[in-house]
Ligand binder design. Sequence first.
Ligand code: PLP
Ligand code: TYF
Length: 395
Amino acid sequence: RFSVIQTAPPDAILGLTEAFNADPNPDKMNLSVGVYKDENGQTPILKSVKAAEQKILDSEATKGYLSIDGLPEYRADVRNLVFGETLAADRVAVLQTPGGTGALRVAADFMRTQLPKARIWMPNPTWANHPAIFAAAGLSSETYRYLGDDRTSLDLDGMLAALNDNAKPGDAILLHGCCHNPTGIDPTAEDWKQIASVIAEKNLLPLIDFAYQGFGDGIEQDAVGLRTVLEHVDEAIVCTSFSKNFGLYSERVGAVSLVAADVEQCTAALSQLKRVVRTNYSNPPRHGGAIVATILADEQLTRLWKEELETMRLRITRLREQFVETMKSTGSGHDFSFLLRQKGMFSYSGLSPMQVDELKSKHGIYIVGSGRINVAGMSETKMNSFCEAVASVMS
Ligand code: PLP
Ligand code: TYF
């Protein structure tokens, strides 16, 4: 029976990193997968995380199961980070999940069973796993316009028109809370108000994917869009990932937060979310959630984490600036100043699939076929040679 099974295509992004690891070129650079890297191309464990792990090692008393919705103190931390003081706690149900991906799948299964008529509207483009997760859950999805014709800015009018003309009341809309993957293009605070108004007028359910809080402008600043939406509607789902902002990729730490109009609706929705979890993975892994909760329960560790997060964010900003300046100095005539208006790890470089191929084969520089670059994969010391390589394939 297994003889009839066809090989599935590899993950386009994760597959590139396998090829990168196998490349013997000592000057190779990986700008593909969305993982933060330091100047040496490493993804080290944060000091705040190490310190929290030591505390846990010394004090952890049991490996007993967590409850279905996870650690209570972790769930309170998620609520504070995401919503701040803006919502009554009893209107928000938070469940600890295995990463942001786990959160998205729980949200998708919940929508499929509890809101069976809802279609989900995704930005075009979006993270490739989004349509795959929704399809796996059996949801129907549609796309709305996001990227302008210049491929460097948001087409807000196109986005709002697509939603106004085509979305039906009761549909859901996927939004990236900040640091849009793959374009780095985020709505401005003013844009968010207009988006929120259309969501309210059309009675859409916002599903906000929040995987890069703190990578755009700061922890609180990056929540402005999400909180603006919540000023206009009383229902939403937020999928949090702490993979990037705590550097906890392999620990699988995330959360799904459901905002309901009142405590009764919140309690009922929570019970259905728990049902989804039971048939997926029963209950979440403890360690990653315990790390986050340990850091945020300790003033000193919290300060250290915030500094480390700021260091990551500022390095990305610096690399964006240095890349734009260095590209200018190559005299190739390509203006990359649009990168300065974009947020987070990613931007669409404008490189074609052929140019991306050439960068890989001739220079050991790995970029996703769409031309999406992970800015954090650049290096200050290698910026000149990197920009010369980019200029050479673009000429
Ligand atoms: N959502 C977006 C937009 C992402 O880029 C990622 C990245 O991995 C995720 C969700 C999933 O995060 P996690 O690794 O925590 O599952
Ligand atoms: O977009 C990225 O690069 C990150 C990491 O199947 C990632 O979100 C990429 C592909 C994938 C899972 C995570």
